[in-house]
Design a protein around this ligand. Structure first.
Ligand SMILES: N[C@@H](CCC(=O)N[C@@H](CS)C(=O)NCC(=O)O)C(=O)O
Length: 193
């Protein structure tokens, strides 16, 4: 199995989740500018959208989209998903929320000229603030880390790199997840440690 990633981008979430799950895989780096794959090949042939992440199974099938890949990892590793009869749907609810309300605002924010970015930046802060209330016990679903935390971690970490001042619990949240062995290993392998 191969996980296609670009160092520091949201594929870091899938990288962390795969390591947390203990699923064996090869990490393949993609240059997002040129769409060249480390070691050769054109990434558009793997994922026509050009976005990372993508997960290639040993039979050649390719799964794309953070929501789908993280949900697949959680299905394989129930301890990385919220529990209860609605657990699966609570996870999809949270992954969809992160993807649409937080993640996809970043490319919009970054594509805007600096003098007109402010409203999109405020919307991003609003949604980080909204989820901050859920982090009281440590993670999005209480005391247990789930694949949704890997996604929110990457986005919160990326936001601080861009100079966003996130609400109070995020400093501890980023530090807590950043100290997990899987996150340490992923950050190291992506050259970010
Ligand atoms: N809908 C995709 C979006 C993923 C995405 O935005 N990936 C960014 C990096 S965080 C990317 O690959 N950008 C490359 C590009 O815009 O060409 C998903 O959630 O997996």
């Amino acid at each position: 199995m191969k996980l296609y990633c670009a160092p520091g981008f949201t594929s870091l979430a899938d990288h962390i989740a795969m390591l947390e799950a203990g699923i064996p895989f090869d990490l393949v780096k993609v240059d997002l500018e040129t769409k060249q794959i480390e070691g050769g090949g054109h990434y558009i042939d793997i994922n026509p959208t050009g976005y990372v992440p993508a997960l290639m199974f040993d039979d050649g099938q390719v799964l794309t989209e953070n929501v789908a890949i993280l949900a697949w990892i959680a299905d394989r590793t129930p301890e990385l998903a919220p529990q209860g009869h609605l657990g699966h749907y609570r996870l999809l609810e949270m992954l969809s929320f992160i993807a649409t309300e937080i993640h996809k605002r970043f490319p919009t924010y970054l594509s805007l000229p600096e003098d007109v970015r402010e409203p999109t930046g405020q919307q991003l802060l609003h949604w980080f603030d909204f989820v901050a209330d859920r982090l009281e016990q440590g993670y999005l679903f209480g005391e247990t880390f789930t694949v949704a935390d890997a996604y929110l971690f990457q986005l919160a970490w990326g936001a601080t790199q861009l100079g966003f001042h996130l609400p109070e619990p995020f400093g501890d949240y980023i530090a807590r997840i950043g100290q997990r062995p899987a996150a340490q290993a992923a950050l190291h392998r992506e050259g970010l440690a």
